[in-house]
Ligand binder design. Structure first.
Ligand code: NAD
Ligand code: UDP
Length: 315
């Protein structure tokens, strides 16, 4: 029986590796393309020896030749945490622009469907709340986050241009804060930072006064939404995330409670352009994909904390 072939760029990263697992489980052949700049080969080590899986170490900002038929390309390559893209500003701009261009060229050549991993960061520090897909955002192009936000906005623009002018079959997912096993403890994002601090019995560092909000989605829910979008006919962007919004201070308190640590909260300066609120409006995903998240934060957090415990135990 014919197995469709999917390329996952950034497939050795947190989200990409979960997508590789899901696609293989759905009966696809998977080619993971990653230069390991923020990813980790351990995330896909369990797939070694699987005859439907292959790994190509490659920087997707450079031309890529892949022989044979390719049916789907999921473009997930990009530094993704604020710490990562502040450390790698040029690579972040390049993978969002040149990398997306290469991916679209490959999709055009292979007549493959391509799905772009975009982000809630295209909404910047939003003045529309919760964020709907028709909101154009409030982004500072020259601030520290501009390298990520504008790269993703360019990526969306070039994806739509290839769709409109070259007839490439495209999908765009706007991903909101997602967490789960295989996140890096040291990627600087709030969730691994708080859990790491709690497990080491250090104080939890909240930036600003902690009144800023985020809405955390468990990885299995996100992957499910992305797979449904990939299989749908929707070519305009779709938000995928969990609308359960919480302030960062309350979230730190929740981590303290669940881990049972004696740690306290300490406060540090808020980074520039840190969005004050973030919550996805997911009505479109519900209507078009019949999707909504199923895993609540307490359940997802417990699994993720166990994962981080095993990582800390190992090292
Ligand atoms: P990650 O850092 O774990 O994964 C990104 C992967 O891309 C890594 O394996 C990295 O090595 C690879 N990569 C980066 N530049 C590359 C290049 N030039 N060539 C080849 N590979 C390259 O991050 P993640 O959280 O898994 O994010 C994956 C994607 O999802 C990103 O595009 C990110 O913008 C998007 N996203 C993630 C979130 C989230 O909450 N995790 C939210 C919004 C959007
Ligand atoms: N944050 C924090 N302490 C940390 C890391 C992050 O208070 O150690 C805050 C950060 O300022 C932001 C929120 O938590 O307001 C979420 O940050 P994250 O890096 O997870 O991602 P973002 O949603 O900002 O891209």
């Amino acid at each position: 029986m014919y197995k469709p072939t999917a390329v996952v760029t950034g497939g050795a990263g947190f989200l990409g590796s979960h997508l590789c697992d899901r696609l293989l489980a759905e009966g696809f052949k998977v080619i993971c393309v990653d230069n390991l700049i923020t990813g980790n080969i351990n995330n896909i080590a369990h797939l070694a020896g699987n005859e439907d899986f292959s790994f190509v170490k490659h920087d997707i900002t450079n031309y890529i030749f892949l022989p044979g038929r390719i049916d789907y390309i999921l473009h997930f390559a990009s530094p993704a945490s604020p710490i990562d893209y502040l450390k790698l500003p040029i690579q972040t701009l390049k993978v969002g622009s040149l990398g997306t261009h290469k991916v679209l060229g490959l999709a055009k050549e292979k007549k493959a469907r391509v799905l772009l991993a975009s982000t809630s960061e295209v909404y910047g520090d939003p003045v529309v709340h919760p964020q709907t897909e028709d909101y154009w955002g409030n982004v500072n192009p020259i601030g520290p986050r501009g390298v990520y936000d504008e790269a993703k906005r360019f990526a969306e623009a070039i994806t739509m241009a290839y769709h409109r002018y070259h007839g490439v079959d495209t999908r765009i997912v706007r991903i909101f804060n997602t967490y789960g096993p295989r996140m890096r403890l040291d990627d600087g994002r709030a969730l691994p930072a708080f859990v790491g601090e709690a497990l080491r019995d250090e104080d939890l560092t909240v930036f600003g006064d902690g009144s800023q909000t985020r809405s955390f989605c468990y990885v299995s829910d996100l992957v499910d939404g992305i797979f449904k979008l990939l299989m749908s006919n929707e070519t305009d962007p779709v938000n995928i995330g969990n609308p359960d919004e919480i302030t960062i201070k309350e979230f730190a308190e929740e981590v303290i409670k669940i881990t049972g640590t004696k740690s306290k909260i300490i406060y540090k300066e808020l980074p520039a352009d840190d969005p004050k609120v973030r919550q996805p409006n997911i009505e479109k995903a519900k209507r078009i994909l019949g999707w909504e998240p199923k895993v609540g934060r307490s359940e997802g957090l417990k699994v993720t904390i166990e994962y981080f415990k095993s990582v800390i135990g190992k090292s």
